[in-house]
Design a protein around this ligand. Structure first.
Ligand code: FAD
Length: 445
């Protein structure tokens, strides 16, 4: 019998009995932890790790709970880091220290009065832990790098319950692994310290075209991105929902004025008149709010591939045809394919400098589908089969890796896909810092 009262006595935080609904993705709504500890501080993390280890209770770390694969929950003890949410900015050094469970919303709110930022994700509720540890690609990453590229140091509770600081000077291997090696692998990161920069104002766009222009708009946008300044980044998407015809969209952020952004987009405007074209100057903070990803939720699956080159017209036609053949579901989020423009500053960091390996990718191709709780099993199966077939077909024109933060539980060759040439060094870091594999989950390093 597990001695839960002993754990409750050890810690300052609340130990709650089993509860469901810990994962954002309702595909994993049924995961029911044995208990959830809402930690009150870093000391609770160390105590809980030591206790779980001696009691042989599996332990899972939950930051913002946004893992696409539900890896922020399990049937063991879940450490909810929501209580580690402090943000401390030091104007003298420009460094900001952030609790390991801090949400994007808390970060944007805390940094705004200081006029500084670093590459942050586009959802209020994503946690800094998962985002940073898997890399963190944001709308300013082509100009200023990944979230993990701004990391200066991190406090980590290791599997033996001790706490270390990992930085370029201390535990450099662990520091290397914490920049792209993926969350939940090496310990519990109770705080992160990042280098900030002045928050850059700029402009945003949301442009929509009707379906018949899909291939030409995608091709033109890829060409625009080939020569675009690093300050411009875009998500170029095709999507369908319900029984409606698909929509082509470009959501962009430019660290320059809207006049420049319109010029950049001119070749895409020349393909066909958009049904909607919102292009506007925005402060950094207004842009962050405008670009926030909103979803109706429900259950979803996402698969990714990287590509170092633009996708040719035949490949684009494959994507468009697949979206036309999407089997449908009751989730208004529907299904689609999106090209996230990478490159720029992301690619100026050598592959071996951090665990994040995708330093030659030009685009991340993200393929997704979603369904509702009320959809029958046959609809769920049809959606997953559709996604797997599209993923396989896309191997023809986007053969490279996958992004660990768009976690894909169906990925077979995930070590190579997520980590490429860095997989072996990551395994060595794992052996050194967690030799007994105390921190584990289906795709643990
Ligand atoms: C709406 C939405 C928007 C997104 N936007 C972006 C984006 O703009 N850019 C981008 O790159 N990605 C984005 N993502 C993907 C996101 O980066 C990943 O889902 C990320 O892993 C989520 O982290 P989390 O802490 O919220 O999730 P969790 O599910 O809590 O954690 C994810 C993994 O990291 C581990 N983990 C979390 N915190 C810690 C910690 N402090 N120490 C050790 N391990 C930890 C967990 O155990 C788990 O394995 C988005 C996802 C969603 C759902």
């Amino acid at each position: 019998m597990t001695d839960w009262p002993a754990l409750a006595d050890l810690v300052d935080g609340d130990l709650r009995p089993a509860e469901t609904g810990m994962a954002l993705n309702q595909r994993y709504a049924g995961t029911r932890p044995a208990a959830v500890l809402a930690v009150a501080g870093a000391a609770d993390v160390a105590r809980a790790v030591a206790w779980a280890r001696s009691a042989a209770v599996p332990l899972t770390v939950r930051g913002g709970g946004h893992s696409y694969a539900g890896y922020g929950s399990s049937s063991g003890l879940v450490l909810d880091l929501g209580g580690l949410a402090g943000v401390r900015f030091d104007r003298a050094t420009g460094l900001v220290s952030v609790g390991g469970g801090t949400s994007m919303q808390a970060l944007y709110t805390a940094l705004r009065p200081h006029g500084v930022t670093f590459p942050l994700g586009n959802s209020d509720t994503v946690g800094i832990g998962g985002l940073t540890l898997g890399g963190g690609v944001t709308t300013i990453s082509r100009a200023h790098g990944l979230t993990c590229d701004a990391l200066v140091s991190t406090e980590v509770v290791l599997a033996d319950g001790t706490t270390v600081t990992a930085s370029a000077r201390e535990h450099p291997d662990l520091f290397w692994a914490c920049r792209g090696g993926g969350g939940g692998n090496f310990g519990v990161n109770t705080s992160f310290t990042f280098r900030t920069r002045a928050a850059p104002d700029g402009s945003t766009c949301l442009v929509l075209w009707s379906w018949p222009h899909a291939v030409e708009v995608l091709a033109t946008m890829q060409e625009i991105m080939r020569t675009a300044p690093d300050g411009f980044s875009a998500r170029i998407g095709i999507a369908r929902s319900g029984a409606e015809e698909g929509v082509v969209s470009v959501v962009g952020h430019h660290l320059g004025p809207a006049t420049e952004l319109r010029e950049l987009l001119a070749p895409a405007f020349a393909v066909a008149r958009p049904d909607r074209a919102d292009v506007a100057d925005r402060s950094f903070w207004d842009a962050a709010t405008y670009l926030h990803h909103s979803s109706v939720g429900g259950a979803f699956a996402v698969r990714t591939r990287c590509t170092p080159d633009a996708i040719d017209d035949a490949g684009l036609a494959t994507l468009v045809r697949a979206v036309e053949q999407w089997p449908g579901s009751g989730n208004p989020d529907g299904a689609g394919a999106a090209l996230f423009a990478w490159g720029g500053a992301i690619n100026r960091v050598p592959v071996a400098d951090t665990a994040f390996p995708h330093r030659a990718a030009r685009f991340l191709l993200s393929l997704d589908t979603s369904w509702a709780a009320a959809d029958p099993e046959a609809v769920v199966r049809a959606n997953l089969e559709w996604l797997h077939a599209l993923y396989a077909a896309a191997g023809e024109f986007a053969p490279d890796g996958a992004y660990v933060n768009f976690t894909d539980p169906d990925l077979e060759d995930w070590r190579r896909a997520y980590y490429g040439p860095n997989a072996e060094r990551l395994a060595a870091v794992k052996r050194r810092y967690d030799p007994d594999r105390f921190f584990t989950f289906p795709q643990a390093v």
